[in-house]
Design a protein around this ligand. Structure first.
Ligand SMILES: C[S@@+](CC[C@H](N)C(=O)[O-])C[C@H]1O[C@@H](n2cnc3c(N)ncnc32)[C@H](O)[C@@H]1O
Length: 427
């Protein structure tokens, strides 16, 4: 086994932590380097860098630590290979060690699966909310633990493991062109990126959408489709020639369905730059690019629209990392702001189209009357609504502790109008 490789953070770039590192650090030098202030995501000052660079036998190689879920950069990586057994690997990563896998790709994948099987399942919960939280916690812990098995990609994004697939395209799609550094990434993350690249190539059929949607890594994707289908109930006359805002556009799917059904133009906004890129590239692929613009904006773009659609993150719990932000909205803050600001972004006679699941109510995360109270305080009235029950896979998984709750889940499309405008014609 070679000497531990120690990497120390240099700077934070958008979506990743950038590190400089060096092979051949002795433990003492590494400890000194870290002690002189190098913590995850921190900038190491030029003087400090010079001091370390002047130390004998140190060769600086620029390395990048890529974490898609905000895990801090490992302070130290220890090389391991095919000889490592799952029990031993799990014991070491649970102790906080980061393992740099250098053996065979398929063995590495199997090692990860075997480690996953050895993790404790969540205990039997008393309530649906407890089951939900325990399942979430268990998944997070699994992710954190298994993400301590790391692989290295060369400056062309080549994975140096034996029998490794070509991962260059998958990496370019997520991170853009390589800037010539060595990349360290959790194997689990890389496997997810490989799967996402295959999915993107194959595309996804979404009921209600003509053509194929190409999901991008890390962007909310309509794998559950009942909420998209609800949009087919928006009356055609309301759509004809309408200007649309799609707030939290994700892949852009909702805007595309409305455009294909007769809306004139749509602006999709999202806080996540990957979503913006995903929506824009899907608009091009669907031939809608002249009528659709995606922008990185918090909630609303300037101006008003005839229809403002929004499928907000549904779960009013704190997001734990970047990827969570498409699904978790702490205390429903984003939804509240959407409702409060909606009236001033509607043209006269305009309408909001809000998609919402009752899962938070079923879980006991908010009372059933919550939405009515929020609508009243925002000065909005429900002009019409259309509901559908869940038919996503999770609802059918009988072993899922949350099965009975998820099977009862109802998703509703609310047509919202400013209260002073009275009721608009429904479907
Ligand atoms: C549940 S996903 C919906 C995506 C897409 N509209 C759909 O229905 O498939 C919620 C989206 O809202 C975005 N988002 C969350 N907070 C936001 C905000 N304050 N402004 C704009 N977008 C936001 C997330 O990044 C995510 O893409």
């Amino acid at each position: 086994m070679s000497a531990p490789k120690t990497i120390a953070p240099q700077s934070r770039a958008r979506g990743c932590l950038e590190l400089t590192g060096s092979y051949g650090f002795s433990k003492t030098v590494a400890a000194g380097f870290l002690a002189c202030g190098a913590r995850s995501g921190q900038v190491i000052g030029a003087r400090r860098q010079r001091r370390v660079a002047q130390a004998p036998k140190l060769r600086f190689v620029t390395r990048v630590w890529r974490s898609e879920s905000d895990e801090p950069a490992p302070a130290r990586l220890t090389e391991v290979d095919d000889r490592l057994k799952a029990d031993e690997a799990l014991r070491r990563v649970k102790r906080g060690e980061y393992l740099l896998y250098t053996g065979d790709f398929h063995n590495a994948r199997q090692l990860l699966q075997a480690m996953g099987r050895r993790l404790e399942a969540p205990s039997r919960a008393k309530s649906a909310l407890q089951a939900f939280r325990e399942e979430r916690q268990a998944r997070l812990l699994e992710h954190e633990t298994l993400s301590r098995v790391v692989v290295s990609l060369d400056p062309d994004y080549r994975l140096g493991l034996r029998r490794a697939p070509d991962v260059r395209q998958a990496c370019r799609e997520v991170w853009g062109d390589s800037r010539g550094e060595t990349t360290h990434v959790a194997l689990k993350t890389l496997l997810g990126m490989i799967g996402a690249a295959q999915w993107r190539q194959k595309g996804l059929q979404v009921p209600g959408l003509k053509g194929t949607l190409r999901p991008h890594y890390g962007v909310f994707t309509p794998t559950r489709t009942e909420y998209v289908e609800l949009l087919t109930h928006v009356p055609q006359p309301r759509l004809a020639g309408a200007r649309v805002f799609d707030i939290g556009t994700g892949s852009g799917v909702l805007a595309f369905v409305l455009l294909q059904r007769g809306a004139a133009s749509a602006v999709g906004t999202d806080l996540d730059p990957r979503a913006v890129e995903c929506a824009q590239s899907n608009a091009r692929a669907l031939g809608l690019e002249k009528r659709f613009t995606a922008m990185e904006t918090d909630l609303f773009p300037d101006g008003k629209a005839d229809l403002v659609v929004c499928n907000p993150p549904w779960i009013p719990e704190p997001p734990k990392n970047r990827i969570d932000r498409a699904v978790y909205d702490e205390d429903g803050a984003m939804l509240r702001r959407f409702l409060t600001e909606l009236p001033r972004h509607l043209t006269r006679g305009g309408e909001g189209l809000l998609l919402l699941s009752d899962l938070p109510v079923l879980l006991g995360l908010r009372p059933a009357e919550w939405l009515d109270a929020e609508l009243a305080s925002a000065g909005l009235t429900v002009a019409w609504k259309k509901s559908t029950s869940a038919h996503h896979t999770k609802a059918k998984v009988r072993l899922d502790q949350l099965h009975s709750t998820r099977a009862r889940e109802v998703t509703t499309l609310y047509g919202l109008v400013p209260s002073r405008a009275g009721t608009a014609p429904g479907p």
